[in-house]
Design a protein around this ligand. Sequence first.
Ligand code: URP
Ligand code: ZN
Ligand code: ZN
Length: 463
Amino acid sequence: MAFDIVIADGRVVTATDTYTGDVAISNGKIAAIGQNELRQNAARVIDAAGKYVLPGGIDVHTHLDMPFGGTTSSDDFETGTRAAAFGGTTTLIDFAIQYKGQPLRKAFDTWIEKASRKAVCDYSFHCIVTDLTGDQLNEMNALVDEGVTSFKLFMAYPGVFMLDDASIFKALRQTADNGGLVCMHAENGGAIDVLVQQALSEGKKAPKYHALTRPTTAEAEATARAIALAEMAGAPVYIVHLSCHDALEKVREARDRGLPVYAETCPQYLYLSIENFDVPGFEGAKFVFTPPLREKWNQEKLWNGLKRDHLQVVSTDHCPFCIKEQKELGREDFTKIPNGGPGIEHRMSLIYSGGVKGGRFSVNRFVELVSTTPAKLFGLYPRKGTIGLGSDADLVIFDPNRKHTISAKTHHMRVDYSMFEGIEVTGVAETVLSQGRLIVDGNQFLGQPGRGTFVKRSTYSPP
Ligand code: URP
Ligand code: ZN
Ligand code: ZN
């Protein structure tokens, strides 16, 4: 058999195995795994000696080209997927938003239009549901049939995205029936709003008050309520961007009871803390996202949660807004700062560096957290999330020893700052393939806008 590419001599890593071997690619798929006998039939051989060969990263929480907070997130599907690729992420699940009064289908069509001519790697969508007063429960079934098998619901942002408990319960029951998975933004939006109004009336308008008006108890309460509603509905639930120990405890307790409850955290909650607001002037706006940064001691609790499978996924919640002209909208009032931060490019390096090099978990657990479990939970596995015969050749040659200092001066995201400025990571994606095509080779970008494809996903099954 003739192969398009053979990746030779790398340490192949999956969620379960590590071995030295060759990975052969034909027509965008992994066609053979073996030793040096494969190389003689290859049109091209890429040497991966001394490097890891990983399944492409899967980031299940991004917001590209998203209208929010009076502006639009600064990366679109071209710049965002390109930056993702530089970091070793080859599949995204972004969010298509249903606005009030709209059918769900409209959200899907709008986001397909945003992505289809721009994405350089594969993508899919969750549907954000903000209104269930019409026929949307039935429309959820139609979306599941189209491969949009997960739905994000909000317990926060009253008047914008927030749903009441009855609607959330109905949506959860619908997914219990149609095989979908609800992704929950768990914060008590009503209570937070009271704290926000109080802060404003006391003249507390600086960026750090965004964090100080969103206590961990508001996240823990909503997490517990989401779990209770899911249990009543007989549905699984996935808690997004979990930020603190208090909320993690609710997930851990539920999982100990055997409930199908899952949660992700994000690199910002593992590396940054409320202390990041101790900066001059308006600079704290860089760290205004939701849920907010927490006291530093939470970080080690979250790392431990990743190690012990109380948390199953690391995503980014990439939602970039430039300081200039975007974050600045809230210079006089923190409630007007668009919520979100950039991170799509550095997830793999940050988690490898802190997790594996930091001695907290194995390289196999790293692959599980950033690729395999996301693929399994969200209906992409085994097409994606592993290195196996017939899987998409979404592959990353990763140098586990190369050091890199993160900086806005060198990153590829279209945003004028980095949340992780100056942090040195060990472990860098060097060569990246999407469906067998070389899209990143060192500093060189070789991909093409529009070559990424929409991936229809299967319904939820336990990982
Ligand atoms: O601040 C954030 N996280 N912005 C994006 C929207 C969300 O809630 O995920
Ligand atoms: Zn959210
Ligand atoms: Zn988000």
